[in-house]
Write a protein that binds this ligand. Sequence first.
Ligand code: PXP
Length: 247
Amino acid sequence: MILLGLNIDHCATVRQARYRQAGQTAGGNVEPDPVMLALLAERAGADGITVHLREDRRHIQERDVGRLRESIATRLNLEMACSPAMIKFALSLKPDSVCLVPENREEVTTEGGLDVAGNLKRVKACVQAMNAAGIRTSLFIDPDERQIELAAKLKAPWIELHTGAYANAYHTPRRAAEFKRLSVGATLGSESGLVINAGHGINYINIAEVRTIPHLHELNIGHSIISRALFTGIEESVREMKRRMNP
Ligand code: PXP
């Protein structure tokens, strides 16, 4: 069984589009509430809830993360930049896991994997702090041999392979090569003792192939499930993705 980590950032994106200036993040007129969405998604079979607390707070707010920590019954995975402020926040919040991602203010969404090699000291300090606090760290990396080997060396228990390049190449001749990179990367990671997750750009069509990447433990999926929920409701969009992940 491949597990589903539901990324609920874009529920907060819709809220912030209207209520960015509001003092509160839920109640009164302020909607939609990402916490309510998370609880419904869990009921429909989501195995964990993922949020990215971005430096610019463009969608998820600190209060959302605190309310999720108190409310959800599955696992809370906090995506974050590897910065001193976020490390401090994670250590006080104690999510079940953190996923370290690169963060660039200009990007629409996380565009590239974390450059572990280029940020070795910072990533190492973060992994050690999380390991000491009993919080699992996942490194969001491209399926590159060097990055995977370094992740194993740093004793990050999990990696999340960036499926964005594959998703972007899906309707092009590069798709097979991108899929192979993911499969080779997953095998190398698994042989190095890492738990293999994957995410970014996964949808109801490409899941048929993504699910065949070897050694998959969990997929983190957001945009496609939240988008479909506009038409079907979140419970059905979660159930349908889970059916397609594990037919
Ligand atoms: N995994 C990571 C590390 C991400 O940054 C994102 C996007 O926020 C996702 C998974 C989910 O990507 P998508 O919204 O395209 O499903």
